[in-house]
Design a protein around this ligand. Structure first.
Ligand SMILES: Nc1nc2c(ncn2[C@@H]2O[C@H](COP(=O)(O)OP(=O)(O)OP(=O)(O)O)[C@@H](O)[C@H]2O)c(=O)[nH]1
Length: 388
């Protein structure tokens, strides 16, 4: 998913996010809702459709009604099988859409059998199809482009049968065709609008979530998000999988002097560049950079031994020390002090998140006291007598 959801565009014709990761995130987020919509739609449609079998028997008699009634009865069975397929464990997020398409196709095939067996009511069938086209487009959840295409295909097949059997005057058939074209166009436009509105609503929700989790100046995660879940989740994962986890706590040196000498804009720029440097030196999708305080940042490094984290902190320190930031016609320079603490969470099972941060904080102040622009690191070990 993109870091900034507000820039995720929705393809006008397709009615889906242009970015595949954003679309996958949307489907994942809505999967329970899509499955429940599908359940409601398939069961309701197939039950209504079976009820119309009474008409087949009344008009054709029990013997000749066998084919259409059988075609109708298949639909609830297919619905149940499809719903089981879409909700099996491990089913893909697109499974409900595949089921919706398969159901629509079978429904249409079954409807064409009924139409073929009762040619004298072609106008009534045309009206039914107009309603079905709207149902395909709006009521059965499907990919925004798949539903109109299926509806269109069904309409063409139906019109081919109607004109082939020619039980009505050409004028009536033409009017019916116009009605069906209208139903298709209206249904497709409504489906597209609904798909885009649904995605716009999701995008707004993602923007708000991102705003509540990130610091607006640097784009790093904020402390609220850290407290809410971030570190607890990572530590729980490391403990479960018996992995190392390390933290780097770093603080710009003499930052107050930059503000006092060059103003807050210069200070803000230094903060942004330092955050960008930390982010560029960490692994995307695995490590996390949090703005912990004013000019203090916390880097969470899952699956990383403290020794490796210390080496990374040293590279960060060196990169920061040589960087020059252009501010008007002056070049700003800054350095930072780093505290690194880490542990194997399987060995130090009782280690709490705040204790790991406190250890990194203590080491960072040790680096400050030792003269700044340096790294201090330590591996936390289990208390004596509790070693694994
Ligand atoms: N420009 C800017 N300054 C900030 C921001 N947040 C905090 N500060 C400033 O950061 C400064 C931190 O000062 P100190 O805590 O004395 O730290 P320092 O000057 O870096 O000193 P040492 O950490 O001991 O090296 C304060 O002047 C804050 O006003 C911010 O978002 N933008």
């Amino acid at each position: 998913m993109p870091n900034d959801p507000s820039i995720a565009s929705i393809a006008r014709l397709r009615g889906e996010f242009s970015c595949p990761a954003m679309e996958a995130g949307f489907l994942q987020h809505q999967s329970a809702e899509i499955r429940s919509q599908l359940r409601r739609a398939l069961l309701l449609c197939s039950l209504f459709y079976v009820l119309f079998g009474i008409n087949d028997i009344a008009l054709l008699g029990p013997e000749r009604a066998l084919a259409p009634v059988l075609a109708r009865v298949c639909m609830p069975l297919l619905a149940v099988l499809g719903l089981r397929h879409a909700s099996r464990p491990g089913a893909s997020v697109r499974a409900p859409y595949h089921v919706a398409s398969a159901f629509t196709l079978c429904w249409m095939a079954s409807f064409l059998v009924v139409t073929w067996c009762r040619p004298q009511e072609v106008l009534l069938h045309g009206m039914s199809l107009a309603i079905m086209v709207i149902v395909f487009n709006i009521f059965i959840p499907n990919r925004p482009l798949a539903a109109p295409l299926l509806a269109c295909g069904a309409t063409l097949a139906f019109l081919a049968i109607a004109f082939h059997q020619h039980q009505e005057t050409t004028r009536h058939l033409r009017s019916m065709a116009v009605l069906l074209v209208f139903a298709n166009v209206f249904g497709a436009a409504a489906a597209n609008r609904f798909a885009r509105l649904w995605r716009e609503q999701y995008r707004t929700q993602q923007v708000l979530t991102s705003l509540s989790m990130r610091d607006p100046l640097t784009g790093c995660y904020n402390r609220r998000h850290l407290n809410d879940a971030l570190l607890d989740d990572e530590m729980a994962r490391a403990r479960r999988d018996g992995l190392d986890l390390s933290l780097i706590l770093c603080d710009l040196d003499g930052f107050k002097a930059i503000n006092d000498t060059h103003g807050h804009h210069a200070g803000d720029l230094v903060l942004q560049r330092f955050a960008a440097l930390l982010q560029s030196m960490t692994r995307e999708g695995l490590d996390t950079v949090v703005r912990y305080g004013g000019e203090e940042f916390l880097v969470i490094l899952p699956e990383t031994a403290p020794e490796d984290a210390a080496a990374l902190a040293e590279r960060m320190r060196a990169a920061c020390a040589v960087e020059r930031i252009a501010f008007g016609d002056i070049a700003l320079a800054a350095s930072a002090s780093f505290g690194v603490a880490g542990a194997n969470l399987a060995a130090v099972r009782t280690l709490a998140p705040h204790a790991l941060i406190a250890a990194a904080d203590e080491l960072m102040y040790e680096a400050k006291r030792a003269g700044r622009n340096r790294v201090r690191a330590r591996r936390l070990l289990p208390p004596i007598g509790m070693a694994a």
